[in-house]
Design a protein around this ligand. Structure first.
Ligand SMILES: [Zn+2]
Length: 282
């Protein structure tokens, strides 16, 4: 069943766990995300970025939501960069949109996010925004402290925008880290205490299981995952190409290569569902 992301994250906030949000990009990854959630009785957020075929993925999400009706899943536009992109996602049936104006000024971020909230809430779609800025892991040692979220500003931001959930910068970064990830748990605890909506963590990959578990227990309600899942999936394909056997065929069919990747990708999602303590929540 496709549901509003806000509903999933409110439950997570109340009970103290985080929902896994894998980046999905095709049929195999979309079904694998549903299967991982089903096998562990967990809610799931399907993150789709603008780089992907949003129209096809929206249809696939609806298809697999019918095949796996027991899975509460939200379909979320990840890192929407413009008002127009969020409108497109809403029109395609996404149940949540992220508007990311985290590199703009506080005022501009408030202004654009508020417009998106007004539009999305009119049709019962949740909105995620970002305050502070989660940068790239490749620049981690230079950037880490550049734009951490200030709790007082986050409170004001939520008040002014009526956003449903907020991505915060507490020391994570997108992709692989240059250096060791160091999370600011005191800042996170303060954010959890002061901000009245669920908090989201971007840059979950390679942050470490202990850090992520602790983040989920300190107030993070959704963790975005991409790089680690891509690596797992690609390694699954590589392994099948190198060692897999297909009897009677002198080659390895593309379908089976993809399936091997999807299986490894699914196992990686399941690993994180357990780390975030969202297994058995459905
Ligand atoms: Zn992100």
């Amino acid at each position: 069943m496709l549901v509003k992301m806000g509903v999933l994250l409110e439950d997570a906030r109340e009970k103290g766990y985080a929902v896994a949000a894998p980046g999905v990009h095709d049929m195999q990854s979309t079904e694998a995300a549903f299967q991982a959630a089903k096998e562990l009785r967990a809610p799931i957020v399907l993150d789709v970025s603008e780089h992907n075929d949003m129209e096809a993925l929206a249809d696939m999400a609806r298809f697999y939501a019918r095949r796996y009706p027991e899975v509460p899943a939200a379909l979320n536009l990840d890192h929407g960069r413009s008002f127009e992109a969020t409108v497109k996602a809403v029109r395609l049936g996404f149940t949540s949109v992220m508007i990311d104006c985290s590199t703009l000024s506080f005022e501009e971020n408030v202004r654009i996010t508020s417009e998106v909230v007004k539009m999305a809430h009119a049709v019962d779609v949740s909105v995620e925004a970002e305050l502070g800025h989660v940068g790239m892991g490749s620049r981690y040692e230079v950037d880490r402290d550049a734009a951490l979220t200030v709790p007082e500003e986050a409170v004001e931001f939520v008040k002014q925008t009526s956003v449903d959930c907020l991505a915060v910068a507490v020391g994570t970064a997108h992709g692989m880290y240059s250096g060791t990830p160091k999370l600011d748990f005191d800042r996170l605890a303060k954010l959890r205490e002061m901000v009245p909506v669920p908090l989201v963590l971007h840059g979950g990959s390679s942050t470490g299981d202990d850090n992520l578990h602790r983040a989920a227990k300190t107030g993070i309600c959704k963790v975005n995952l991409w790089s680690d899942l891509m690596i797992a999936g690609t390694n699954g394909m590589k392994e099948f190409l190198e060692t897999g056997e297909v009897k009677g065929l002198g080659f390895k069919p593309m379908r089976m290569v993809y399936d091997a990747g999807a299986k490894a990708y699914k196992e990686a999602i399941k690993h994180y569902i357990k780390v975030f303590d969202s297994a058995g929540r459905v």
